[in-house]
Design a protein around this ligand. Structure first.
Ligand SMILES: C[S@@+](CC[C@H](N)C(=O)[O-])C[C@H]1O[C@@H](n2cnc3c(N)ncnc32)[C@H](O)[C@@H]1O
Length: 283
């Protein structure tokens, strides 16, 4: 792949997703991901010609951008956020939400859905009778959103962090894949959403998981997302970031919105506001 093609495609990925993950040192990675698409589109192994097509063809552009997102994920990834959810957040939310008996959780940047379905399994196990919950799972990649809606996983994916008891309880075998049972699928709603753009129509949440995605953005975009997501978390809700994602260097106007609270082995982000969320705004 030529340097010009690399520049073209990385600028395009950045424009569409805000991801600045790919630098020249990773051009082999970009090429490896685009080669199958180039072949399928009739360009053989001419990735340069394929990238030219991508710049003028919106359908192919969507495919290329999808192929270049980093979708690394697993069940109960890092474990401690999920322990904090069950042991600290859920007991408190069961007290504070006793009137509505309803919880709303957002898995923002959900990849293929393991994060959203891990939470769904915990809710199925720990939510008292009479309570309901909905999990919004969003990602910029339409291919990922489609996968969440389908709820099907390969054996290799199942082997990444899912306890055997959960496999038996929450999945049925469909050919060579495993499908999430309807009782969990009913809890999860998948839709595409670009974190770099206004969060239109998503509403307010008790818990937001924004994990392992901010690392791909420039600092200014990261802070802008942390500022805008604040409008969608209730005043006593919880925001969970990835274990390597810190907010230490936030500018004052964003830092003032958040405080951290240790919950077991994780630092949850919580709002500094004491006013319940009235109506979340779109940006
Ligand atoms: C490494 S995965 C993290 C998945 C999951 N949150 C976890 O921690 O396991 C990052 C996800 O962020 C998504 N992503 C990248 N840029 C995005 C954007 N601008 N808006 C929404 N999602 C984005 C990618 O498509 C990918 O699925």
């Amino acid at each position: 792949m030529s340097a010009t093609s690399f520049q073209l495609i990385s600028t395009l990925v950045r424009r569409e997703t805000a991801m600045v993950y790919y630098d020249e040192a990773k051009d082999y990675l970009v090429e490896a991901r685009l080669l199958p698409l180039a072949a399928a589109a009739g360009f053989g192994n001419d990735v340069d010609a394929y990238i030219k097509r991508v710049t003028v063809d919106p359908v192919e552009r969507r495919r290329a951008v999808d192929a270049l997102t980093i979708n690394e994920t697993s069940w109960y990834r890092d474990l401690s956020p999920y322990q904090a959810f069950t042991e600290h957040m859920l007991p408190r939310l069961l007290e504070t939400r006793a009137a509505s008996r309803h919880l709303r959780i957002w898995s923002a940047a959900c990849s293929s859905g393991q994060e959203a379905y891990s939470i769904a399994m915990l809710l199925d196990q720990h939510l008292p009778a009479g309570w309901t919950a909905e999990i919004l799972a969003t990602d910029v990649s339409e291919a990922m959103v489609a996968r969440v809606a389908t709820g099907r996983y390969s054996q290799v994916e199942m082997n990444r962090g899912l306890p055997a008891t959960s496999l038996v309880k929450y999945f049925t075998r469909v050919g060579s894949e495993w499908e999430v049972v309807p009782q969990l699928r009913q809890m999860v709603r998948a839709r595409s959403l670009n974190l770099a753009e206004p969060f239109l129509g998503v509403g307010g949440f008790d818990v937001i998981l924004l994990r392992n995605v901010l690392i791909y953005f420039e600092a200014s975009m990261k802070y802008d997302i942390l500022r805008r997501i604040h409008h969608h978390l209730d005043h006593d809700g919880y925001l969970l970031l990835g274990s390597t994602e810190t907010t230490l260097d936030m500018p004052a106007h964003v830092a003032d919105l958040w405080r951290t609270e240790p919950l077991g082995r994780v630092q949850a982000h919580r709002s500094t506001s004491s006013t319940p969320l009235a109506s979340p705004i779109g940006a």
